[in-house]
Design a binder for this molecule. Sequence first.
Ligand code: NDP
Length: 477
Amino acid sequence: ATAAIGVTGLGVMGRNLARNFARNGYTVAVHNRTAGRTRALMEVYGDEGTFVPAETPADFVAVLQRPRRLMIMVQAGEATDAVIDEFAPLLEPGDMIIDGGNAHFADTRRREAALRGRGIHFVGTGVSGGEEGALEGPSIMVGGSAEAYDVLGPMFETISAKVGGEPCAAHIGSDGAGHFVKMVHNGIEYADMQLIAEAYDLLRQVAGYTPAEIAEVFSHWNKGRLRSYLIEITAEVLAHTDPVTGVPFVDVVADAAGQKGTGRWTVQTALDLGSPVTAIAQATFARAASGQRDLRAAYSGLPGGTRPPLSRTEAERFTSQVEHALYASKVIAYDQGWKMIQDAAAQYGWKIDLGTVARIWRGGCIIRASFLDRIRAAYAFDRDLVSLLGEMEFAMEITDAQVPWREIIASAARRGIPVPAFSAALAHYDTLRADRLPAALLQGQRDYFGAHTYNRTDCPGTFHTHWTAPERFETTA
Ligand code: NDP
């Protein structure tokens, strides 16, 4: 047995991860259900490193060094279960199956428990960065046991992206923690993209800028605190002219956004956890709403606010307000994501280092940004930080953003421009800072129709008011 690791499933991701391991000096066994893909890999990339091609599962397992490390890169769901069922009987206690697909963390928990019973480590691993990241260095969020990470960690850290010499790979927590954190990464990605899109829409419709001018604005922002991969590619997309029609690319693309489902998983899971990730939810719903073409066509003429675009001077001031609003909303969206991770850690017994999450997202993945250095530093200073708003610099920036943040959301409302993610972020901020929420009234309503009881502000205990009695009276419940 010669291979340090085996990769089965040589699609776009599996092939590139296998090449990444090989380029870094590991001997990699490669296997695919359809052997043609294995042969194609050997033909085209065989000289990039040491590959050991295997046509059958038995041959594949036979060439793996013990404890065997077998990485599955196939579609999440049934395909993953099918591959596990095929390989697990060929393995021995102590061996490791790594699932690098986009599995739902609940599936990973189920698989981990089942394989643990057979002495096999099941390591659910979130891999972010797409096709290019898989080859050049992804961000790798590893779940499963610490014992498995002792063996796999150095390998993952070697092939991962590096920022300032530090690897963008880490052990996140046990069983499904890696896939959970990958899911939240994608949810945050949805929110970040939607916030950027809303900023673009405001600059277009309120400031009256052209896509090319907005590309300039984003390029400029990319030199400041918003500097990130997403801002960088936004500038490029906006600067692109459609070669067929000669009009801005963004104007020829149908305005119905697709989604593969990880944003939806984040929101569904957040509902179960009671984690208010409202910016992520609005971003996910905004994609869904954009795709409701018939509904949009039927109601496109409804009345709403309209105002002429701003003057040039006003537009410049407005642009700086949008930057504040975008930044403040982004802080809230990320904070919601981190809080969701904290809530899940409490629920599932994961010991997640929140600063580490920020560290490994600084490179390789879609939300990579210098901003994450700040989040990492915030958690390095206070491991138990409940919210980024509790960190002094973030708090000061949010304070500075108050007027522009509220102004631009008001402008959008007056002009009838939807800004669901900006609005959700501000509403969340205002919820956190409120002395009193109308939740007290909700409790009254609940107690009225369902005797759901309430607590009082002035004394301990649980109470119920007898609402239908002629003389309404309160009793302890
Ligand atoms: P591809 O569609 O390119 O490849 C799919 C692979 O899965 C093929 O090798 C296919 O084999 C194999 N496969 C499918 N069903 C089965 C089965 N029942 N039994 C055995 N093998 C099967 O997928 P990707 O490489 O894009 O994605 C792989 C995984 O990585 C997915 O879980 C995806 O969500 C995840 N991922 C993808 C990213 C991306 O940007 N594409 C980013 C991060 C994660 P065959 O050749 O025989 O059909």
